[in-house]
Design a protein around this ligand. Structure first.
Ligand code: SF4
Length: 385
């Protein structure tokens, strides 16, 4: 395949994150492909009492997230629906303008580039969307869908474009002879392969996989995951992998960032996160992951979280997780916890919690020391009642 841009490959391992600025933004470390510093994305929403002098409401979708991603690695982003992970990814791809913060991509500050100046960079940042059905135009032939990037960037025409598209189809395990078929003639897994082929057109430096397997049958999920892994090995790709299935994230990621209500609550190399989850939210998420060994599964208690995720329009004070946290105390309401190493962890293992989970601690029976009134969440329900 003739590529417009070829990513560097084989970078060393390691991802770090912090709520504080990580550097002076010069991105002197050549291994770092992406550096996000204190990224904020707020969406203004119409308030019902605006005419009566009320202020405009704001959805705090992403609030002060910082992270680094090295070339050739995968960062898993996990959290419940509405936690801000997809918004963060879209900000990184500059599909959304950001409210504050900085995005340094491949050594260049792209935080506030205009659409015109971003255009050449679009080849380097691609997204694979969740819904392989909705992301493909059913009236267009697969060959022209996969060939879109070439058409948009005025690269390769006629027979040359067809040859490139068929090469991409082969690369993702599709039959190149199906070039003229429509999306409806493919299975769900094959349609997601079409999405992968389209994203690979210019061998992008960063691919954002936004829940790429959650709309697929379990039997097909493994095929797509393995395809993405194989392509990463072959082409030295760098991924941000968004998912709410932690088993999938563990399988594909070098490191994981857990998000809750617009903030990163914990970030660590994947095995450190599984071995020593420090944030009660991470601990709860991991307790829900099925364990294939029945004996170990019997020993582990599921941590049931109280209530629902509060509204991002009016997030709770202090630690945003406090209305649902089994370990919540007065300090959690008053003070925002810093994202930093806890309990002697490595500098790459960070958690934002005043009372981190200790090794071997079982918080499934823990009770918060704050009153029920202090746990009232946006819906008016008392968490845990
Ligand atoms: Fe729970 Fe407090 Fe830690 Fe937040 S800071 S996760 S409320 S213990």
């Amino acid at each position: 395949m003739s590529n417009e841009s070829v990513p560097a490959s084989g970078a060393s391992a390691g991802v770090a994150a912090s709520e504080k600025p990580l550097s002076d933004g010069t991105a002197s470390d050549d291994d770092v492909l992406l550096r996000v510093e204190n990224l904020v994305k707020h969406f203004p929403v119409r308030s019902s009492n605006l005419k009566l002098g009320g202020s405009r409401d704001v959805v705090h979708a992403v609030d002060g997230v910082s992270l680094e991603l090295r070339r050739g690695e995968t960062l898993g982003l996990v959290g419940e629906t509405g936690c801000g992970k997809s918004t963060l990814a879209r900000c990184v791809a500059r599909l959304y303008d950001i409210t504050a913060g900085r995005i340094i991509f491949d050594g260049r500050d792209i935080s506030r580039l205009s659409a015109r100046r971003m255009r050449p960079l679009r080849k380097d940042i691609q997204i694979i969307f969740q819904d392989p059905y909705g992301s493909l135009n059913p009236r267009r032939r697969v060959g022209s869908i996969i060939g879109d990037p070439f058409a948009i960037h005025h690269i390769a025409r006629g027979a040359e474009r067809k040859q490139r598209v068929q090469h991409l189809m082969e690369l993702v395990g599709l039959n190149p002879e199906h070039y003229n078929r429509f999306p409806a003639e493919f299975s769900g897994g094959q349609r997601q392969r079409i999405g992968v082929a389209r994203a690979l057109a210019f061998t992008p430096k960063l691919i954002i996989c936004d829940e790429p397997v959650s709309a697929l049958d379990v039997s097909i999920q493994a095929q797509i995951i393995n395809l993405l892994s194989d392509l990463q090995g072959e082409l030295g790709l760098t991924y941000i992998f968004i998912a709410h299935d932690l088993s999938v994230v563990r399988h594909v990621s070098n490191s994981v960032a857990v998000m809750y209500l617009g903030k990163v609550t914990e970030q660590a190399p994947v095995e450190a996160m599984w071995a020593h989850p420090r944030h009660p939210y991470t601990d709860a998420l991991l307790s829900a992951v099925p364990i294939p060994d029945p004996q170990s599964a019997d020993k582990r208690e599921r941590i049931i979280l109280a209530g629902d995720v509060p509204s991002p329009i009016n997030p709770p004070s202090g630690c945003r997780f406090h209305p649902r946290c089994p370990k919540a105390a007065d300090r959690c309401i008053a003070e925002v916890p810093e994202l930093e190493p806890k309990l002697g962890d490595e500098p790459t293992h960070l958690a934002a919690c005043h009372f981190p989970v200790e090794d071997g601690e079982d918080i499934s029976k823990s009770q918060p020391s704050i009153s029920a009134n202090q746990r009232v969440i946006e819906t008016g329900l008392v968490a845990g009642s």
